[in-house]
Unconditional design. Sequence first.
Length: 167
Amino acid sequence: MRKFIALSIFAILTACGSGGYSFTGGDVGNAKTISVDFFPNYAPIVEPTLSQTFTEALRDIFVRQTSLELVERGGDLQFEGTITGYDVKPINAQSSEIGEAAANRLTITVNVIYTNKLEEKKSFEQNFSRFADFDANVDLSQASATLIEQITTELAENILNQSIGSW
């Protein structure tokens, strides 16, 4: 009985791995490789680590959640683009102090060009934007590392879902 269960699990895992499906519900089709170019930061406000952090987050999510092999150039699925926005704006005005904000919102926007060399109709160019709020009493320089990590992870998830999501 144990052998049957083990063989069944192996068969299911093999089918998932070779059929182009990932455990996230994404469909990579017949693609075997992915390339993610470095995303330069052209936002009016430049955060020095943002380009590297975002590029690595995008590469990492595809490596972790799909069976695709990351290659430097010419992948079956290709991502390129730029960081176009890094903005901080006040939100949630306090009622006791006119003109003061209780929180600030950091928003990061990226322009993504996705090319599916095997299924051209699935290719796209699109802006993706995510934000995170933080206390107005906290300096952005103190909160930026945590906020950037959170936002870039969410951006990478959105891009993965848009490009290979099957829902």
